[in-house]
Structures are given as C-alpha cells and as structure tokens.
Design a binder for this molecule. Structure first.
Ligand code: NAD
Length: 414
C-alpha cells in the first residue's frame, strides 16, 4: 500500500521535476505517535492494544483523516493512508492536511462496553495531539458515528465543548446532514463531469457497480436517479444483473433485510467475480483494494472507471487501462466527497450553525465539479492521465502553501 501510493507520487514528482530532497520532505510524516491502550475488559482481564496517529502534513490546514479499528493496523499502514489524505484534501481544495490512525483491536470480538473503554483511553492518551485546529479524526474501517460521538465527549471533558474535534458524528450530536451519502454523491458528481466532457448523458449509459455498502449503494442510487441504467451490482454475497436496469431503491431495501444482493428477485444472479469485466459503459469499483489487476485489466469492457473505493486499481492495471484509452477518475478525486462534507461539518461546528441538506449537497456538487475540472486542466496541459494529474495538482498546492510560509533563497518548481 505504502509502495503503491508512492509510485503515483513519484510519477507526478517526475512530471514536476522535483529532486530527491524535496520528495523526501513531502513524503515524510510531520509526526507519528504511538500509544499503549490498556483497559480492564468486561471479563475482568487486562487487555492491551496499540494506538497510532500519523500526521503527515499540515501546510494547507489542520490534518484530517480516519480512525481505523483493525488487528492489522500499524504505523506503516497509518503512514501510507495519512500521506494519501494530504493529496486527497488538496485535490478537492479543502483547507486541511492529511493524517490517519487507529487501534489494532478487533471490534467484532469485543463488547460495546470494551470498545467504548478502548476509545476513551485512546483519546485520553492522544488529547494533546488531536484537536479542532490540529488534527480532526473521522470514521474509517470499523468505526462509525457512535465512536465519533464518544471521542467528542471524551475530548470535551479535557478541552471544553469541542464538536469540531471529530467529524462523521451522529446528527443529534453536531453531525452534518448529507454526510452519510456524501462519498457516493461525489462519485456521481465526477461521473457527471466525465460524461459531460465526452458529450454523453446519464440516460445513454449503463453502469456496473462493485460493492453495495455505503459508497456503492449511494452512488448507484444517485446515478440511477440521474437516468443511467445500473445493469449489474456485486457484493460479497454474489452478483445481480438486469439489462434494462435494476430497481436500486428495491435493491437497497433487499440488502437492508437480507445482508447482501444475493437472492434479489428482480434480476438474474451471476458470480460476483465477473463484475469487473461486465459489459457496461461505466464501472464503479466501490468495494476492495486491488479489484482491477494485471489479470483482468485487459478484459475490462467499460470505457470509463470511477474509483469509489480506495486503491481499487493496481499500478500495473492502471497502466494497461491508460494504454487502452480507458478513462479512470482516480480515487483521490472520485471518493473525496466524504472528506469534503466532513469539512462542511467542521465548518458548521466552528460557526455553531447548521446547514440544511440541500445546501450541503449543493456545495458538495460544486466542490467536486471544480476539482474534476482542475484535474482535467492539468491533465490536458501536461498531456498526462487523470491520476497523475490529480497528484501533480495536489503536490503543487501543498508545495505552494509550504513555500508561502517561509523565506527560502532557493527556487522550487511549484
Ligand atoms: P462498506 O463496508 O459499507 O461496503 C463494502 C462493500 O463491499 C459491501 O457491499 C461488501 O459486500 C462489498 N464487498 C466485500 N467483499 C467483496 C467482494 N469480494 N466482491 C464484491 N464486493 C465485495 O464500505 P464503504 O464505506 O462503502 O467503502 C467501500 C470502499 O470505499 C473502501 O475502499 C473504502 O475505503 C472506500 N471509501 C469509503 C468512504 C466512505 O465515506 N465510506 C470514503 C472514501 C473511500
């Protein structure tokens, strides 16, 4: 993972002509903190975990990124993801840097009471490191609005009322309207831009979606609302297809009741592994890392891929697809709707003011469209693909902000 994000960074750094020293400065995290999290479990036994927070860069504002609870969480993983957050927040031009963290616990084997204890202990240890003007965590794998509410409460005990210390909070506790669907909505927004520049409309295209969780289901619903046909959907339970378009609201209800798309009566079943090479105009991978790889990239039939998931395309597959003239809207642009509405949540918290959903959605649509256009401009000017262009744009924005803060004798290429 670390290596993959660095491959794209270095490709963009080559385009910008950055020397090794500047690359090292831009890639090295500003700070990495590890804490021991000890609790007395419900069973009376002591449990110990490691908690991490890697703060990558804050040239453009307070650092921002998710908090992941997973046994495989470690410093390297947090560092790679923190790095990506710096570029993602810069691409969509929200005033943040990047961070990431988590705890190496397994929430599936823990009681809610133990999870609460682990979370509050983590905050107690990290309270000097995070904060509304320094580093603002958000939900990630295995954390949710409830955990964010606990964090806000614990941090506020020490620092006073601080709703802006985390985003993705419950609506009843200073969360934002529109946050839940924001990443899927951003996917729809960038697809709208990509279709517009190709002179096509939603009504003309068919779409295949891998993953029907938060990102996939919201993207599918909003894309279908615009008139496109969602012809195939796959998740961990199987695949379901319909040539003249699946009824997405009915599928959402089915998944809520049955835990997956398998068995949905108004469509035909297929093996979920076929989704990546489905015969559709647009492919939205919104599930797994590395779903499009060397062995299936040649068989992808879609001419347009919008990356809802993080890193769904391996670097080898990316190159194969670019060589085949498949347009890829990269993850750091396509799935940045969530962090964008996190920014709106934080802005509302700081102003102690609430926006209605219509305003949140309108502002998100504007931010995502502008980000797509800015990336497209760089891609066209420099004759590069959208992923490399997104990194070039992000590195340039971060580099310019860093330079504007200091006095240097040397000239840098930003
Ligand atoms: P989720 O847990 O809500 O949904 C994941 C989906 O993937 C589920 O439908 C699951 O069935 C499906 N899936 C799992 N294994 C599969 C397989 N082998 N084949 C097909 N489908 C499979 O997760 P999410 O929040 O929707 O996140 C999806 C991706 O988007 C992740 O890569 C995540 O990091 C990324 N992402 C999410 C957000 C967000 O706001 N939720 C923001 C940015 C990026």
């Amino acid at each position: 993972m670390l290596a993959e994000s660095h491959i794209y960074f270095h490709k963009a750094a080559d385009v910008l002509g950055l020397d090794d020293k500047i690359r090292t400065i831009l890639l090295t995290p500003r700070r990495s903190v590890k804490v021991e999290v000890v609790i007395e479990g419900e069973d009376g036994e002591l449990q110990t975990y490691n908690g991490y927070r890697v703060q990558h860069n804050m040239a453009r504002g307070p650092m921002k990124g998710g908090l992941r609870y997973h046994p495989a969480m470690d410093e390297d993983h947090a560092a790679a993801l923190a790095n990506l957050m710096t570029w993602k927040t810069a691409v969509v031009d929200v005033p943040y840097g990047g961070a990431k963290g988590g705890i190496d616990c397994d929430p599936r084997s823990m009681s809610e009471r133990d999870l609460f204890q682990v979370t509050t202990r983590f905050v107690e240890q990290m309270k000097e490191v995070i904060g509304p003007t320094t580093d603002i965590p958000a939900p990630d794998v295995n954390t949710n609005a409830k955990v964010m509410g606990w964090i806000m409460h614990e941090y506020s005990k020490y620092e006073g009322f601080s709703p802006g210390v985390v985003t993705g909070k419950p609506l009843d506790l200073f969360g934002s309207e529109g946050r839940e669907a924001a990443t899927g909505r951003g996917v729809m927004d960038v697809l709208a831009e990509a279709l517009r520049e190709r002179g096509r409309t939603f009504e003309e295209v068919s779409v295949a979606v891998q993953g029907f969780g938060n990102v996939g289901s919201n993207a599918a619903r909003l894309i279908a609302d615009r008139g496109a046909k969602i012809v195939a959907v796959a998740d961990h339970t199987g695949g379901v297809c319909k040539e003249d378009g699946l009824d997405i609201p009915a599928l959402v209800t089915w998944v809520a009741e049955h835990g997956g798309v398998a068995g949905f009566p108004d469509g035909e079943a297929f093996d979920s592994s076929e989704i990546i090479t489905w015969d559709a105009d647009v492919l939205v991978p919104a599930a797994l890392e590395g779903a499009i790889h060397e062995d299936n990239a040649d068989d992808v039939k879609a001419g347009l891929i919008v990356e809802g998931a993080n890193a769904p395309t391996t670097p080898e597959a990316h190159q194969t697809l670019v060589d085949r003239d498949v347009l890829i809207v990269p993850d750091i642009l396509a799935n940045a709707g969530g962090v964008t509405v996190s920014y709106f949540e934080w802005a509302q918290n700081i102003q102690q003011f609430r926006w209605d959903e219509e305003r949140v959605n309108l502002e998100l649509d504007k931010k995502m469209s502008r980000a797509y256009q800015a990336v497209r401009e760089v891609a066209t000017d420099r004759g590069i693909d959208l992923r490399t262009a997104a990194f070039v744009l992000a590195i340039t924005r971060v580099g310019k902000a860093a330079l504007a803060r200091v006095h240097l004798k040397s000239e840098l290429p930003f």
